[in-house]
Design a protein around this ligand. Sequence first.
Ligand code: SF4
Ligand code: SF4
Length: 375
Amino acid sequence: MREKDLYKALNNESIRAGILRKWQNISRAVESVIKTYPFVLDYAKEVKIAKMEVSSNYEYWIDKAMRAFENAANRSKSKCYVHYAKNEKDARKIIGEVVRSGKVIVKAKSMVSEEIGLKKFLHELGNEVWETDLGDFIVQLANDRPMHLIAPAIHYSKKQAARILEKVGIRGESVEDLAEGVRGFMREKFLVANVGISGCNAFSAETGRIFLVENEGNIRISTTLPEKYVAIVSIDKMLPSDELCLKSVLVQSAFAGTFPPSYININEPGSQEIHVVFLDNGRKDAPEFAREQLACIRCGRCQTECPVFQMLGNYWGSIYGGPMGLVLSYIITRNIGIEVFLCCLCGKCREVCPMEIDMPSIIRELRKRWFAEKR
Ligand code: SF4
Ligand code: SF4
């Protein structure tokens, strides 16, 4: 995080306007979902317990998950491979060897691909890479960064988004016209794409299945149409069973305010060539005081509800910003930046988190460690 970015964010009215708009809509939607479907709270508790258990013994679960995927690949007699990346450099190398150059790549929404700097790397290898999520597509064309876990283009007004889309010849008077233009543009890319890339919302160590939740349908096309598909699975996405994976994606969509989700994709070895890349990147050896963060299901609610994030958006942090981002970035990099002091310790993030992660306490500990390191 750079100081000048914070001032840039404070001077950018559309960040605040976008997040506040989203905040009101999501808060109302989440409240109504919990009232109508209270069982999601029980699901959340079960998922939290399972995630903490998995995080206490990643070695065992990585081995189990890798074997489950390999067994599924053997059963389907398909060309499916599983890889393990210790860090982001390893992950880029593995994916680079799978993709090589001169390819058209369609990429589904994936923060873990941002974490490993994949798009830039694949471009440099001589590939054409397209984000297929509408928000991420706008961010890509604007040469910007995603501003929120589930709403990457939250900081653009309709007018601004329309101007950005003009860069690739998409024009329209209404949102519907623009969406139709993007759909047409994407359709052409889907038809010629050689490789599809996605992250993973939950990975079943029981069957080796990849669970992905979405509302637009682009993930389904990106991951099934190209002849080759790469799924990046950060190890904190592993769960012991299909049932828990399903519960996890349902809780995620409930707390993202989009319940029930339009699509839940369950990808597994079949006719496609699939590569699953497990990514550690600091998670396996996460310090005990921060380990609870590895139960995060990336619903984005702590970001939307945080008063500081509402002012600064994802400029408050690095790839992952806001409350969850402060802690996850520490787990990944082991660096503590001055940004931990911007938190006002109001406790809102813990209050709204479906996994009840005590981020304020972890942030307080990060502050202590910052002082100890700088002394
Ligand atoms: S405790 Fe800090 S990080 Fe959490 S919501 Fe409040 S200001 Fe944001
Ligand atoms: S920390 Fe909690 S609220 Fe924030 S994204 Fe993760 S699960 Fe959602």
